[in-house]
Every structure is written in structure tokens, then in C-alpha cells.
Write a protein that binds this ligand. Structure first.
Ligand code: PLP
Length: 453
């Protein structure tokens, strides 16, 4: 099909993130014009269920009047002020108080940023800063995991454990290491139980720490459920064993709750669902249901003490973004959290999880699906060439992308992560809409199966 005028203007002007810059010039983009509830509409008026909540973020769906009015009112009252050098404002103070109240572990202070990448970059810098303050300048290495996703800025992309984020970007930077990926379906060995696999992951982590030297390893970072790596749910007991290793070597633990935070797994935060007790937490995305770009780093008292002592020594804490704690973003985040509580959005997500996971598991019987996995209102189907041997498709065949395209034809937006097809709808999805989402996905799978044969 020839490109429309809008598509032509697009490809002549935009660099699209995470897009094959060559093929988009031929296919053109899908141009979305408006949205309401869980639906987005393209320029031709076709409706799609946003089965990925945008990029795992629009938990309250689209067109929420309360959030729009909150932004408008805050813009009229105080469109901008900042938190640098002793300034402050009420929305940021109130939001920090609220976040401390709902946090799953003791949090001393909150540092605001505008994205998940900025949150994780800030975590890295703070860990280095803290260990300088604590007089252990060698303890600087940070361990992430293969297939982790922590963002794309220089340090965050280094933490990310996916080849496309490193290749030819000259990453990862020094002092970032990657431990084993806890995906039993792919990395479990013949005859190994899930529990034995968890034990092996923890043992391999410990071996890495010992090889590097425990006095050089500062921190460990993990998403409770790995999102962009393919919705990888660790086996039961995994975090308990990992935490024991980190505790034994005095390693600061960070949870990247950028996807899991705010109800995605059926509780306020994903860490308790998976038995993870971190020291610090990164948040973004559903903090504002993506109505404004807001993220945060939530830190424990030991980190705060380090920031205080370094400030005494250096004269300031030399880190911060123009929009750290932007008043409009903070006001919208506060309203989002109020809606989560008032409308019992998180309990609602938990209540719909069995239906959602039931549909997902049922699709696990499809001849194309090797593994159906998920928790709460997030999941993925791993598409395989052979169910019995778990043989993957040739990556060049792009079967995951093809399935996502067939889903789009069926009026549902899903995301292919390699050959895993991810599902992450707005938390406000109704039970009838959940049924509809999976009916469309099933038709897309049948078409993919027919295509792949
Ligand atoms: N951390 C996790 C777990 C994410 O899923 C993402 C984005 O998908 C990020 C960090 C990066 O967030 P951003 O794209 O807002 O920089």
C-alpha cells in the first residue's frame, strides 16, 4: 500500500524509538489519533484494544477527565517551580509523603525524575556516591541480569541485559555485570526442578560476586517480573535465595518497579508478590498512568545519610533534573494514587487476575505456544516452532512481530518481545473486555499459525 500523506510526512521527519529505521520507510507507522477507556483509534477511525496499556503504563486507560482537570488546574495555579537549591512546592511534598506511605519497605526520602531510565541512572550514581561516602571506593560494581530491562540512558542501558541496547552503542559501561536470567522454561536444565533452578541462579550469582571480589560489588538490581525481556516470572523462592546471597556480601538491593509498581501484579508493588525485599525502589509509568512523565527513586535512610554527609563535604548534592518534581506531574501523580485508592483499582486488578491468567493459560494449549506465563494483569505467550522440543523459530522469520501485526488486524495492540507476545492491558479493563481481548488474540494466533506452517 502506498503511504498516506501523514505517513510520508512522518517518515521524512521522525526518528522512531525502537523501530527498524529502514523498514518503517516502506510500511509507514500506524498513526493513532484519539483514545477513550481501553481503546485507541487510528486516523481512519478503527478501534483497537490497547492490550499493552501503551508501553505498560496507561493503567487508568485514556480520556480520564479528573486527571486532565488536575493538570489544567495545576498549570493555572503554578505551572512550574523546581526543587533545586532549597525551593519546594506542595504537590511534590505531598506526593513524596504518599509514596512513603504506600512503599512496601521502609523508605526515608524520594527523589523525583521524569522516566524509568532517569530513575535507574540515578540509582547507579547514588550507589557510587554512597560507597564513596562510606569510605569504600572499590565497592562500585552493579549486578543486573541477562534479559533485564532498566532503560536506555547510558547507565540504565548498561544495566539492561538485552543485546540490541548494547550492540554498537559501545555499552555496557565499566562496573556493570549481568547475572543469570531466572527463566525456567528457557534456562532450566533437563531434570532440574524449579526450586533447584532457583538455587542454581543464586549459586551462579554468588560465584560471580566471589570471582569479582565481594568488596568490589555494590548493588544488585532486579525487576520483580522482567517486562521487556519477555514477561519473565521468576520461579518461587528465587528472590529469597538471591537476597540471602546479597545479604551475605553486603550488597544494596534495588527493585525496578517501573512496570510492576501500582497494581500490575495485583498489589501496590510487585516486590512483595515475589518475596523481594529491596533497599531502594525505582518507579515511573503507572505512577501517573502515563498522563505525565514522572518517575522517582525511593531511598532508604542509609542512602539519605550518605547524601547528607557528601553534601557537607562537597557543598551540595550535584544531581537533579530541571523537571525533578515538576508540579504538574506531581499533582497528576497524586490524583492517580487517589483514584487507585478511592476506586479500589488495585483490588480490582487482583480480582480480574484469575480470569486474565485463565485465558492466557488456555492459549498455552495453542499449537504455536510453548509457554503461557504471567501474574496479575500482565503475561506473555512464547511462540515456538516445536512445542515438544521447545525449539524457537528462526529469529529472522520475525514470527512474534507477525503475530503482533495479525493482532493489530484483529483490533488489539499487543507487543512482540522477540517471539514472546506480551499482554498488559489498562487495569480498568472490564471482565467482558478481557474476554474480548483474548478472543481477538486467539484469532491472531490462528492466523499466525496458518502463516507459519
Ligand atoms: N525499567 C523498566 C522495568 C521498564 O520497563 C522501563 C521501560 O519500559 C524502564 C525502566 C525505562 O523507562 P523509560 O522508558 O521511562 O525510561
Amino acid at each position: 500500500m502506498p503511504l498516506t500523506n501523514l505517513q510520508m510526512r512522518d517518515v521524512e521527519t521522525l526518528v522512531h524509538p525502537y523501530t527498524n529505521q529502514a523498514t518503517i520507510r516502506e510500511t509507514g507507522p500506524l498513526v493513532i489519533e484519539r483514545a477513550k477507556g481501553i481503546y485507541v483509534y487510528d486516523v481512519d477511525g478503527k478501534a483497537y484494544i490497547e492490550g499493552m496499556a501503551g508501553l505498560w503504563c496507561t493503567s487508568l486507560g485514556y480520556g480520564n477527565e479528573e486527571l486532565a482537570e488536575t493538570a489544567y488546574e495545576q498549570m493555572k495555579k503554578l505551572s512550574f517551580t523546581h526543587l533545586f537549591g532549597g525551593k519546594s512546592h506542595d504537590p511534590a511534598i505531598e506526593l513524596a509523603e504518599k509514596l512513603k506511605e504506600v512503599a512496601p519497605v521502609p523508605i526515608s526520602k524520594v527523589f523525583f525524575v521524569c522516566s524509568g531510565s532517569e530513575a535507574n541512572d540515578s540509582q547507579v550514581k547514588m550507589v557510587w556516591y554512597m560507597n564513596n561516602a562510606l569510605g569504600r571506593p572499590k565497592k562500585k560494581k552493579i549486578i543486573s541480569r541477562i534479559k533485564a530491562y532498566h532503560g536506555v540512558t547510558v547507565a540504565a542501558a548498561s544495566l539492561t541485559g538485552l543485546p540490541v541496547n548494547h550492540t554498537d552503542f559501545d555499552l555496557p559501561i565499566a562496573n556493570i555485570l549481568h547475572a543469570s536470567c531466572p527463566h525456567f522454561y528457557r534456562f532450566g536444565q533437563d531434570g532440574e526442578t524449579e526450586d533447584e533452578f532457583s538455587t542454581r541462579c543464586a549459586r551462579e550469582l554468588e560465584e560471580l560476586i566471589i570471582k569479582e571480589g565481594p568488596d568490589t560489588v555494590a548493588a544488585f538490581i532486579a525487576e520483580p517480573v522482567m517486562g521487556a525481556g519477555g514477561v519473565l516470572v521468576p520461579p518461587k523462592g528465587y528472590f529469597e535465595k538471591i537476597m540471602a546471597v546479597c545479604d551475605a556480601h553486603d550488597i544494596y538491593m534495588i527493585a525496578d518497579e517501573v512496570i510492576c509498581g501500582f497494581g500490575r501484579l495485583g498489589e501496590w508493588f510487585g516486590s512483595p508478590v515475589l518475596g523481594y525485599k529491596p533497599h531502594a525502589i525505582s518507579i515511573a509509568k503507572a505512577l501517573t498512568s502515563a498522563y505525565m512523565p514522572v518517575g522517582a527513586v525511593m531511598i532508604p535512610e542509609i542512602m539519605h545519610e550518605a547524601l547528607v554527609s557528601e553534601s557537607k563535604k562537597i557543598g551540595t548534592f550535584g544531581h537533579g533534573f530541571t523537571y525533578s518534581g515538576h508540579p504538574v506531574g506531581a499533582a497528576v501523580a497524586l490524583k492517580t494514587l487517589e483514584i487507585y485508592q478511592r476506586d479500589k483499582i488495585i483490588q480490582g486488578a487482583a480480582a480480574k487476575a484469575p480470569q486474565f491468567q485463565g485465558h492466557l493459560k488456555a492459549l498455552g494449549d495453542h499449537p504455536l505456544v510453548g509457554e503461557a506465563r504471567g501474574v496479575g494483569l500482565v503475561g506473555a505467550l512464547e511462540l515456538v516452532a516445536d512445542k515438544t522440543s521447545r525449539k524457537a523459530f528462526d529469529a529472522k522469520a520475525g514470527i512474534g512481530a507477525k503475530a503482533a501485526k495479525f493482532a493489530e488486524d484483529e483490533g488489539v495492540i499487543l507487543r512482540s518481545v522477540g517471539d514472546a507476545l506480551a499482554f498488559c492491558p489498562p487495569l480498568i479493563i472490564t471482565p467482558d473486555e478481557v474476554d474480548d481481548l483474548f478472543a481477538r488474540a486467539a484469532r491472531a494466533l490462528d492466523k499466525t499459525h496458518a502463516f507459519a506452517r
